[in-house]
Design a protein around this ligand. Structure first.
Ligand SMILES: [Zn+2]
Length: 503
């Protein structure tokens, strides 16, 4: 045995050495692997392993721990799910869940705490909206948090109120923390089991790496799973702005960690979301979550600490502020790879600035599919440059793609479709689509570059880590990380070719 592995039957064939790096590709693979190599038989096209550049792993794990309201069609549907869920709970337990989305309901009005009180049996309840920018809480939860008609809106947040000035139970942006802080947390053991399930599901989708936007709690879980050899894919972790103090004190820098788990950037929110009507627009609408002075201070500190920045900016106003703040820091350090997360709406005047400033556009094509109607309704004047992958690419910006799961599906093949063919089918500004080659680059080599791993990941080349996504007939058939199969489709007698081809 040579310790080498040959991935055979796929195009191109690839050989990995015992250290998990590529030793041969295409015509060179068999000779490089040698006679004693283990052979994994596959078919289909071999891509460099797909990377999701923006994902929330804690949010995905939460779905196994809390009530999931994804896909509910109406308020009644949601309340029905709540009633079912609480049947298994103790009398005073918290009801915790997420995924409701009133924009997809028959009646799109925001729900109230009174609806929830009945369904939750007067328990304290905290239900996050699909986009994570608002929460629906019960009267008991508000009481525990001390929120009543006399409570002021916290900075950067809104407590919705009715005509009489009474809180309705909807908390937006930073007001969510008033109640979120009280929600009891799952134990580490439960969290790790849920996390392992979520990561396995991502491997099934063909993902070999992710860039996670999570908190210290998630990072703790990744470390425990890593110590037990249980990571099926590589994780680059971005910490929240609230933890920048700690990162500065211990002196951690971008890239610290190993091939499986490493630290990269600091994530900060400049504004909210389109769905929650809190995207900060140049027309003055929306919510400023991080004022410019604080943003400039944060970037200064990160540049000095050699930590990268991931700036959440959805509205054209927030995107402009991010570019303004990044402009003076061009080439702040050797691996300075600042990113603007989402960049859903970019003013035409700002398109070229991405390349000039060296800001990476970290976008999630699948958002366009879900948001199209909302964008046409709320951004009628700007939807021609919303989710504008094609224009940004032509303006020289480097694009990296992800999913923002659990906000949207993590399936990268659906993301690639959204970025390429979908615009044409949907007849929605087809000029904003990108080519398949560009979409793949945004999910592989450019995503690797965005976290300083361009010499290790993102291409089928000797010396790089052997991460592969093998796709046949529009379906992932195998996911390989570091020369080891992390997931493989079981061969089925009757392959449903026609159904899969419909994707
Ligand atoms: Zn996100």
């Amino acid at each position: 045995m040579t310790g080498a592995v040959l991935f055979a039957g796929c195009k191109p064939e690839v050989a990995a050495g015992p250290d998990g790096r590529i030793i041969g590709v295409g015509g060179r693979a068999r000779a490089a692997a040698g006679r004693g190599a283990e052979v994994v038989r596959l078919r289909g096209t071999t891509w460099p392993g797909l990377i999701d550049a923006h994902i929330h792993l804690e949010g995905l794990a939460e779905r196994h721990l809390t009530l999931d309201m994804t896909g509910a069609r109406s308020l009644d549907d949601v309340l029905g799910r709540v009633k079912k869920w609480v049947a298994g709970l103790q009398k005073h337990s918290w009801v915790v869940g997420s995924g409701w989305y009133n924009d997809a309901w028959t009646d799109t009005a925001f729900p109230s705490r009174h609806d929830l009180d009945k369904a939750a049996g007067n328990r304290p309840a905290y239900l996050g909206r699909k986009d994570g920018h608002s929460a629906w809480v019960s009267s008991a939860a508000m009481k525990q948090a001390g929120i009543d008609r006399n409570t002021d809106d916290p900075p950067g947040g809104v407590i919705d109120r009715d005509d009489q000035g009474e809180p309705t139970g909807i908390l937006r942006e930073r007001a969510m923390h008033l109640v979120a802080a009280l929600v009891p947390r799952a134990t580490d053991t439960d969290l790790d089991a849920a996390m392992a399930r979520s990561l396995a599901a991502l491997a099934r989708l063909g993902l070999t790496s992710v860039h996670s936007m999570d908190t210290a709690r998630g990072f703790g879980s990744f470390q425990r799973l890593h110590a037990r050899g249980k990571l099926p894919l590589r994780i680059t972790y971005n910490l929240p702005l609230a933890d920048l103090d700690g990162a500065e004190r211990i002196g951690v820098r971008s890239g610290w960690g190993d091939e499986w788990l490493r630290i990269w950037g600091v994530k900060a929110f400049l504004d909210g979301s389109l769905g929650s009507r809190t995207a900060e627009m140049l027309d003055g609408s929306g919510t400023v979550r991080l004022p410019q002075k604080d943003l400039m201070d944060m970037i200064d500190r990160c540049a000095r600490a050699e930590l990268n920045v991931c700036l959440h900016a959805i509205g054209d106003g927030a995107v402009r502020r991010a570019l303004d703040a990044l402009a003076p820091h061009r080439r702040a350090s050797r691996y300075w790879r600042p990113r603007i997360e989402h960049a859903q709406c970019v003013d035409p005047k700002d398109m070229r600035r991405f390349a000039r400033i060296g800001a990476i556009a970290s976008m999630q094509p699948i958002h366009a599919v879900a948001d199209r109607e909302l964008a046409d309704e709320y951004w009628p004047k700007v939807s021609a440059h919303a989710y504008a992958w094609g224009v940004l690419e032509r303006a020289g910006a480097r694009l990296v793609f992800g999913s923002d799961a659990p906000v949207e599906t993590a399936d990268p093949l659906l993301g690639i479709d959204a970025a390429t063919a979908w615009r044409r089918h949907a007849k929605w500004h087809p000029d904003l689509a990108v080519s398949r080659a560009s979409a793949l680059r945004a999910y592989t080599s450019d995503a690797a570059y965005a976290v300083g791993l361009e010499r290790d990941l993102g291409a089928l080349r000797e010396g790089l880590l052997c991460d592969l996504t093998v796709v046949d007939d529009g379906r992932v058939v195998a996911t390989v990380v570091g020369g080891r199969v992390s997931w493989m489709r079981k061969p089925s007698a009757a392959s449903p070719r026609s159904a899969a081809g419909a994707r």
